[in-house]
Design a protein around this ligand. Structure first.
Ligand code: ADP
Ligand code: MG
Length: 309
């Protein structure tokens, strides 16, 4: 997903000139755009927020809360309140989807290594990992978290949205009224462009060159998040294996969706829902959107059709 710079016929006055910075956190290119001179300090602070949450949520950093929970062998670990907060948010989507979205997918998602693997994991290993997936294995007592049944946490489907919301909270507290938080395609729009117009957000055409859009949205004051099969995948024996996993089978979800874009107010919700509704499939996604006024979805099917809720 990419931002298209806003259309403006005349030179921008000094206070609406975009100030933008890019950094690399949690394996993700993140770009923050604010408007006006003197705003760079706030962008730097957003990068510090990214750093803070990377240290809490990383599954690889031995000092992180998530790493400690995952390696505690079922014992309770006292974590930061923010860690409890994101786990609770993830749990509510797990309950709502009856486990289609499940943050205890860690053992399974670690097995499916979409960075370097060229073939699917061994079937026995998939089945062993699958029995550890179950959100009822998460136990919360204040900020003490423990896991049962061999469960391992992976918050990859909700973390970027959660962190984007934290950055927005910070920016709003500093009086910022316009800006774009883009955490690797997880977009959160603050207010509208200072010239009063909406932002334009292009939605990537699956498997096409980066920056070729299937469609463009004109939006303000909301989050736009896409989950797709073209983001991380490998091909093996003429089949495509992608990174959104079916918690019933242990294999990548098989349906007719190529990508699903969720538009809603909070980025935590947009991120979790993009994964959850992908797993639940086209009909469930469209009916979810029709029963939730504040949630819009746009689905691109494998045959290239664009379906809007
Ligand atoms: P991305 O991180 O590429 O933007 P998503 O938000 O859809 O995409 O998250 C995909 C990630 O979520 C996977 O890499 C994996 O870590 C995790 N995941 C995969 N399947 C599920 C699932 N059914 N429930 C919860 N998390 C999942
Ligand atoms: Mg997601």
């Amino acid at each position: 997903m990419f931002m298209i710079s806003s259309l403006s016929g005349c030179a921008a006055p000094w206070d609406v000139t975009p100030v933008s910075s890019t950094g690399l956190y949690f394996d993700t290119v993140i770009t923050i755009t604010l408007y006006g001179h003197g705003k760079r300090q706030y962008i730097d602070e957003c990068f510090k927020i990214a750093d803070k949450y990377e240290k809490i949520l990383s599954a690889k950093d031995p000092d992180s809360d998530i790493y400690k929970i995952n390696s505690a062998d079922g014992s309770p670990v006292t974590v930061s309140p923010e860690c409890t907060e994101i786990i609770k948010a993830a749990l509510s989507f797990a309950r709502e989807s009856d486990g289609a979205f499940d943050p205890t997918i860690g053992a399974l998602s670690t097995l499916w290594d979409f960075k370097t693997a060229t073939a699917p994991p061994n079937e026995d290993k998939i089945n062993d990992a699958l029995v550890t997936v179950g959100y009822e294995n998460i136990h919360i007592n204040g900020n003490d978290i423990s896991l049962s049944g061999g469960a391992r946490l992976d918050l990859g489907a909700i973390a970027k949205g959660f962190i984007a919301d934290k950055m927005k909270d910070y920016l709003i507290s500093q009086g910022i009224k316009s800006g774009i938080i883009n955490l690797g395609g997880n977009v959160l729009l603050i207010g509208s462009h200072p010239n009063g117009s909406s932002y334009k957000v292009g939605i990537q055409k699956p498997f096409d060159d980066e920056g070729n859009f299937a469609f463009t949205l004109e939006k303000s004051d909301c989050s736009i998040v896409t989950s797709g099969i073209y983001e991380r995948y490998f091909e093996y024996e003429n089949r495509l294996y992608h990174h959104i996993l079916d918690t019933k089978t242990g294999y990548p979800v098989e349906n007719d969706i190529s990508s699903i874009t969720v538009i809603t107010k909070k980025s935590t919700d947009a991120d979790a829902l993009s994964t959850m509704l992908f797993v639940m499939g086209r009909d469930a996604a469209l009916s979810y959107a029709s029963s939730h006024d504040d949630v819009d979805v746009v689905i691109i099917t494998k045959d290239g059709s664009i379906i809007r809720s």
